[in-house]
Design a protein around this ligand. Structure first.
Ligand code: ZN
Length: 279
């Protein structure tokens, strides 16, 4: 797999681009994301990792892909298996355009599960993605729990199977009833507060599609760089890092409760009153 090199030659002039590719070993760092875990990705100041959950959904995922291509940036897509089965060509497009394909369960259950139930969701999700692309190696061992409803038993299952559990470092609340300008404003104010991190977005909402060009433009004008994350493989050694670089530091986003993500499908979030942003 060519990473960020062949594509770079075709980048439109002035595009944001991928500044570097970070190769990670899930076995060494099984859980990332400062919102929930003691470790997060070893990013430098002003580096951002883009992630999109819940797709693929053609009418929105296609537009997200077009925007990402226009800025020549790569993201990680945490896809739902049943969506991948409905739109396998979308999974292939995401992969063919150089993005990282990752798993977000087969059916997106937003509730606590037994390990047996979770294991079925996890493995069926991976199977759907592998089948859609037709190449098991094409699917990363990256996984995000729906609603960020972390469970130790499920995390242990994932780690034991060599999968990397991703939380996030900051949100833009794009599943709530806010408009696209507000999504962009929250993404920008939160990256400015943190300085770097994993941004969680969803490629199933029109407001996210509309907010993305502004988010990327603001990243560019404020000097942020996009980092593409891929798993280590036999022919792709992990990026050299120190343990210290993985240590998550407390941020202004720490108290954004993941439980706010529960009503994802209902599209409205219960506010906790602690959120730093005025509406
Ligand atoms: Zn989700």
């Amino acid at each position: 797999m060519l990473i960020g090199t062949a594509e770079a030659e075709q980048c439109p002039p002035g595009a944001l681009g991928v500044s570097r590719t970070l190769v990670v070993d899930p076995n060494e760092h099984p859980r990332v994301g400062s919102m929930q875990y003691p470790e997060t990705l070893p990013l430098n100041d002003h580096e951002v990792v883009l992630t999109f959950d819940d797709g693929p959904l053609p009418r929105y995922t296609n537009r997200v892909l077009e925007t990402l291509a226009s800025e020549c940036v790569k993201a990680t897509f945490f896809m739902v298996g049943q969506m991948a089965r409905a739109y396998p060509w979308m999974v292939r497009r995401v992969y063919d355009e150089g993005h990282t394909v990752a798993n977000h369960t087969q059916n997106h259950p937003v509730r606590k599960m037994s390990v047996t139930q979770a294991a079925r969701e996890i493995e069926e999700g991976f199977a759907s993605l592998r089948e859609a692309i037709g190449d098991p190696q094409a699917v990363s061992p990256f996984f995000r729990i729906p609603g960020l409803l972390r469970q130790k038993s499920v995390e242990q299952y994932l780690a034991a199977h060599g999968d990397m559990t991703w939380s996030a470092d900051f949100l833009a609340d794009d599943w709530t009833r806010i408009n696209n300008s507000e999504v962009a404003r929250r993404a920008i104010s939160r990256i400015e507060a943190r300085g770097k991190g994993i941004l969680l977005l969803h490629d199933i909402h029109p407001r996210t599609v509309l907010a993305l060009p502004e988010i990327l433009n603001e990243f560019k004008s404020r000097g942020y760089k996009i980092v593409h994350v891929v798993p280590a493989a036999a022919d792709r050694p992990k990026t050299a890092t120190s343990a210290q670089q993985w240590v998550a530091r407390p941020t202004p986003e720490q108290h954004t409760s993941p439980s706010q993500m529960r009503p994802l499908r209902q599209g409205i979030s219960r506010r906790r009153g602690q959120e730093p942003e005025p509406k």
